[in-house]
Design a protein around this ligand. Sequence first.
Ligand code: PLP
Length: 443
Amino acid sequence: AALDPADGERAYALDREFVFHSWSAQGALKPFVVAGAAGCEVWNYDGERYLDFSSQLVNTNIGHSHPTVVAAIQKQAAELATVAPSHANLARGEAAQRIVEKAGPGFAKVFFTNGGADAIENAIRMARLTTRRHKVISTYRSYHGNTGAAIASTGDWRRIPNEYAFGHVHVFGPFLYRSEFHSETAEQECERALRSLERTIQAEGADTIAAILLESVPGTAGVLTPPVGYLEGVREICDRYGIVWIADEVMAGFGRTGEWFAWQGADINPSRATPDLIAFAKGVNSGYVPAGGVVISPAIAAAFDERVFPGGLTYSGHPLAMASIVAALDAMTEEGIVENAKTIGEKHLGPGLRALAEKHPMIGEVRGMGVFWALDLVTDRGTRAPVGADVIGRLKAELMARHVLPFAADNRIHVVPPCIVTPAEVERALVAYDEAFTAVAAG
Ligand code: PLP
């Protein structure tokens, strides 16, 4: 349909009058109006196109408006638009089968949810019910979602005004650039973070700990790639104390790191680092229809063969979501989209961002893999003092002015395009980042 700038004005006015936004003081919001999108681009009602290097909320892994996913949703809507979770449905079975196959031999079944937070909620419930323990250990540098146990598990500032659930214990995970353990090498950071985790378990009482909940690569907290050996160490600790390991792959999963799941990464030995439960959402269907879920180990699945699982959702395994998962996973497999993410990271984004860091002293560290990168911005490379919100605000404005949709968190710019991004699009974005850093440094 032809774009009408008047629709853009109407969308903005309606939003400001009637829409209540997430995580914001409502008064001063100035939302960017999106009219449409395809591939790695979005556009407004003036027809101005922007490169989406945010993947919205780091979820459009397959890009916008993938034609076979859109067609699958349309076809499913015409055949069966909704169904009770207790009935069997072909799309749901096919989606679950594909997800279990991608997760590998350590997994048996999938419980579907509406998104990431309720995936975490149900994974915690499964861990508590099967261990008959109540505490959950997670890290301060984490985000796990906006519901009862998920927000109490979250480490960042969003937990504090929402801390009504009990039984949550936090630890510092490994992060060499801003080490809490005074480490100088990745090996030290790994060993010390594992030791601190184990000491916390002992001090809390190992027989009170149901689960260790970790983002395989903490995302919103700054793309904190775990050091070699860390996830294997977590597996060992869980086995030693009979604790369930929940891998939160909501942001890191389904291609973002260049793997189907981040815990299957190149530096990780998946046979020694297989979680018991995987929470997923976002990239599983790139958010075309809200969906998430928990991939469940054979032992935990079997624990509910005779015993009732006391959890459920009206829309668990919703047909439109399921059809979009099947189509998205098939397209990602057939089109080599996960492999593309890996190559882009190794050959284009990684080298390109490191070259930017050579030029711009504000970039203290470049971290990431695949299409999952963070630029940790500092006022001084020696002290590593984070830049303030004013600098991030100016960078965002400079990037928008260059038609790149940015993702910013704290003192960082996260470079997180869809997994389908091309080398040419990366080049375009790198020019914009380069110019934006130059402009902000000059200003
Ligand atoms: N877990 C992680 C790692 C996330 O990044 C998010 C969302 O950003 C969530 C959980 C919550 O997912 P949702 O917003 O779909 O509830």
